[in-house]
Design a protein around this ligand. Structure first.
Ligand code: MTE
Length: 309
């Protein structure tokens, strides 16, 4: 497939998707070490710790996850990122951390991520366009990164920016959005244990079309909050400007929590189409906070979620 992540050995090359599930279940019981020695090179990827997050969910295939994307820096079509992201240079990669932090600076990808505990997190992923997938991300908690850089007590929000490099990100030659792509979270949302910085999926480094080398994943919010290919993280005391809200504030709020009772002005959010289900698959009901209500609803207690959409 054009533009797919190219590593020496792909999980999908050695493991049919059905086997992946079996292996995952096996690993949960048998222990990764013992199986690693049997399975050989197939295990020599990110080596993320398996957790119980989403063990009840059936992940989409790597083909679904890497061929149906939104990444406007590479074009607005669903297949543009897979076709065009291959030319993005992701090594070296640096991330500027600034604002209300004790250890501000520009860090290399390795410096910022080394020593972090990589975990597999199988999460539901719900796009504001009313389609959804299940993705086996690999990443670490954003809270761990924030602890490393030392958030100052005055900080209330975290702002993120994506790379601007129109020579490689050919979608940036047009002003489909105001570049850089920007996103933001309230500090308590950023510190929530479900919020991760993902550096891979299916136990491989992040495919370029999915936001290599590092992206945000906030599973209870619409997918556009999960900003890709991050080069800047800023701590601030003001609610940051965010790309889709800047483009159309009537349609896209700052919070953008998945909420089946608040429709998009142009379509219903009460149901979703599961990618990979085939053309005639029945739509399924969308869950409050994308199914993470028990974990996150306390973040919003007392808030009017109709006006704070
Ligand atoms: N991040 C950047 N930098 N640029 C984008 O266009 N699209 C967002 C989000 N992050 C986007 C982005 C949207 S609308 C969605 S639904 C998800 O990425 C898609 O992630 P995926 O392609 O890995 O499924």
């Amino acid at each position: 497939m054009a533009g797919r992540y190219k590593s020496d050995l792909k999980w999908s090359d050695v493991t049919p998707q059905g086997d992946y599930m079996n292996r995952r279940q096996l690993m949960a019981g048998a222990g990764a070490l013992a199986l690693g020695s049997i399975a050989g090179p197939a295990m020599a990827s990110l080596g993320a710790t398996k957790t119980n997050y989403g063990s009840d969910l059936e992940p989409n295939s790597i083909e679904d996850i890497t061929s149906y994307n939104n990444f406007y820096e590479f074009g607005t079509g669903k297949d543009d990122p897979a076709a065009n992201a291959g030319r993005l240079t992701t090594d070296p990669w640096s991330i500027k951390v600034d604002g209300m932090v004790n250890n501000a600076g520009t860090y290399s990808f390795d410096d910022l991520t080394s020593g972090m505990t990589l975990e597999e997190r199988i999460y539901r992923f719900r796009c504001v366009e009313a389609w959804s997938m299940v993705v086996p991300w690999v990443g670490f908690e954003l809270a761990d990164l924030l602890k490393r850089v030392g958030v100052q007590p005055s900080a209330k929000y975290v702002a993120f920016e994506t790379l601007v490099r129109p020579e490689e990100m050919i979608g940036q030659k047009r002003r489909t959005l105001e570049w850089p792509y920007r996103e933001g979270l309230r500090l308590d949302e950023a510190m929530h244990p479900l919020t991760i910085m993902a550096t891979g999926l299916y136990d491989e480094p992040m495919p370029k079309q999915n936001g290599a080398p590092i992206r945000l994943v906030v599973p209870w919010k619409y997918g556009f909050k999960s900003i890709k290919s991050i080069v800047r993280i800023s701590l601030t005391d003001k609610q940051p400007a965010t790309s889709w809200n800047m483009t159309n504030g009537r349609e896209y709020g700052f919070y953008s929590n998945v909420n089946p009772t608040v429709d998009h002005p142009r379509w219903s959010q009460s149901t979703e189409r599961k990618i990979g289900g085939g053309l005639f698959a029945k739509r399924v009901p969308t869950l409050m906070f994308n199914g993470y209500e028990r974990e996150v609803s306390s973040l919003y207690s007392g808030m009017d979620l109709q006006s704070n959409f």
